[in-house]
Design a protein around this ligand. Structure first.
Ligand SMILES: C[S@@+](CC[C@H](N)C(=O)[O-])C[C@H]1O[C@@H](n2cnc3c(N)ncnc32)[C@H](O)[C@@H]1O
Length: 243
């Protein structure tokens, strides 16, 4: 399947899922509130929710940026976005239909961006990350929460197969890519290692970063100067289209 077919398949899948989405996903999509808290949103900031789905995160993001801030939700599925519009509309919320890996994700500079269980659902995750990082201000924060399968056991295979049925690739690992782009990354494993949440900070020339090592609060890596590496798939190489 080429990337065009994958996008089409993903959009149709989430269009069909929109009615059931909230009721069926809530028990499994853990860590959304925690990753938003870790973004450290400030009053007046602009935050982008990439693949905002039915808009579950929108009220929490609004609370973070306050009435003077802005929340932008970008979503590829029209049906998911319809539901987000029903519950998430507010004067300081902009909900747009678009493809994070193809379209300009925002016209304004962003203080923060969130991929909440959406990075694994985006057929071209590296392009989506590129698009977001292009708009993220120096010192801006990127939060990601998602599933991640790294082993080769029976449960791993089962989860990867389930992911494919849901039009997702749970082998996507953005950490090498973000480190390669010079971001400082803090990762917290969750779901017994089958998921993670992370916050990465765009380098700010004003701040000299240092390697800080691993601590109780999660593994911390500092920005290091090396060329960008691809978003890792299970094979350890660039992600290939899913069939
Ligand atoms: C698993 S849902 C997560 C929804 C929401 N972020 C949440 O936490 O409940 C993944 C979402 O990503 C959207 N998506 C997939 N590919 C996308 C793309 N290229 N651009 C924008 N949204 C995309 C899907 O339509 C779907 O709504």
């Amino acid at each position: 399947m080429d990337s065009e077919e994958l996008r089409d398949r993903s959009r149709k899948f989430y269009d069909r899922q929109a009615v059931w989405y909230e009721a069926t996903r809530r028990p499994f999509l853990l860590g959304r509130r925690q990753v938003i808290a870790a973004l450290g949103l400030q009053a007046g900031e602009t935050v982008l929710d990439v693949g905002c789905g039915t808009g579950w995160n929108i009220p929490h993001l609004r609370q973070g940026v306050g009435p003077g801030g802005r929340v932008i939700g970008l979503e590829m599925s029209g049906r998911m976005l319809e539901r987000a519009r029903r519950t998430g509309s507010a004067p300081n919320v902009v909900l747009r239909q678009g493809d994070a890996s193809r379209d300009d994700v925002a016209v304004e500079p962003l203080d923060a961006a969130l991929f909440s269980y959406s990075l694994s659902a985006i057929p071209e995750p590296e392009r989506a990350l590129d698009n977001v990082l292009r708009r993220l201000r120096p010192g801006g924060r990127l939060g990601i929460v998602d599933f991640r399968v790294r082993g080769a056991g029976a449960l791993d295979a089962l989860l990867l197969a389930h992911g494919r049925r849901c039009s997702c690739d749970f082998a996507v690992d953005p950490v090498p890519y973000l480190l390669g782009r010079g971001l400082a990354v803090r990762v917290h494993p969750q779901l017994f290692g089958y998921g993670y949440r992370l916050v990465a900070a765009q380098p700010d020339p004003q701040i000299v970063s240092e390697r800080t090592g691993a601590g109780a609060a999660g593994a911390v890596w500092s920005a290091r100067s090396r060329p960008p590496s691809p978003v890792r798939s299970r094979a350890g190489g660039p992600r290939t289209p899913r069939g």
